[in-house]
Design a protein around this ligand. Structure first.
Ligand code: NAP
Length: 236
């Protein structure tokens, strides 16, 4: 994968940093997206290889446009930046919390993807990986046997359901460009995302490997699909 270029949003820590580390380890030039220059610079130095800071706040139009101007060709875009919320059901949650979470997890993905499309179209085999969540699966939310059968974490989970829909729609609309778009359910991982993840999550590197697999899909590989970190299909 020499000479290939990747961008991982929210790569200064957590799963995103591990994805950036693994892609850099494969020989890619990796833009380490970070809304804070200092944290991003430190992460890029720790990742090593050809990892480079790219200051990028996915909720800030000027920041997104400025970042896109700095990248010529892009082979891999990993929309990883995300925030969580409380465990409220929708009736307990206020609309502003939904707006805040959607701003990053949904609208941020649209803004970044659209801004980087010219760079992605310059690649012969571009891949987009949207870091979603199994908690956004409506199949699981409506299955009484599933541990996700609940209306809790409504703002966060519905944002990931929306991201799943966008994955399908982008896959359709970019198919003629040869750009593959897939969503990843990384599983519960030990990161700063929330208290549950921090306390009982597994190794983020395992989830990152799932993202790297989707970033390396061959030309006859799938698009518009939702995969678990281990490569199995996650139901919509
Ligand atoms: P994390 O450690 O909290 O990392 C989140 C990253 O996103 C950080 O780098 C953060 O930057 C960045 N970010 C947040 N808002 C941003 C913005 N507006 N612009 C740019 N970057 C922004 O959490 P994580 O677990 O690695 O999360 C990564 C992705 O995995 C998220 O999409 C999350 O929903 C998904 N996920 C995680 C789990 C899990 O168990 N951990 C499970 C399912 C899905 P700052 O450091 O500046 O805040």
């Amino acid at each position: 994968m020499d000479n290939q270029v990747a961008l991982v949003t929210g790569a200064n820590k957590g799963i995103g940093k591990e994805i950036a580390r693994q892609l850099a380890g494969l020989g890619l030039t990796v833009y380490v997206g970070s809304r804070d220059a200092g944290r991003g610079e430190q992460a890029a130095a720790e990742i090593g290889g050809d990892a480079r800071l790219l200051v990028l706040d996915v909720t800030d139009h000027a920041s997104v446009a400025d970042a896109a101007r700095q990248v010529g060709t892009l082979d891999v875009l990993v929309n990883n930046a995300g925030i969580s919320g409380g465990d409220q059901t929708p009736d307990q949650e206020d609309a502003d919390t939904f707006r805040r979470i959607y701003e990053t997890n949904v609208f941020g993905v649209v803004a970044v993807t659209n801004a980087f499309l010219p760079a992605l179209r310059r690649s012969a085999h571009a891949r987009i990986v949207n870091v979603s969540s199994g908690t956004g699966s409506l199949s699981w939310a409506t299955d009484p046997q599933s541990r996700h059968w609940s209306g809790r974490h409504a703002a966060y989970r519905s944002s990931k359901t929306a991201l799943n829909a966008l994955t399908v729609f982008y896959a359709h609309s970019l198919a003629d460009d040869g750009i593959k778009v897939n969503a990843l359910a990384p599983g519960l991982r030990r990161t700063d995302l929330n208290a549950t993840a921090a306390a009982s999550g597994g190794d983020p590197a395992e989830a990152a490997a799932g993202a790297v697999r989707l970033a390396q899909l061959p030309d006859d590989g799938p698009t518009g699909r939702f995969f678990s970190w281990d490569g199995t299909t996650t139901p919509w």
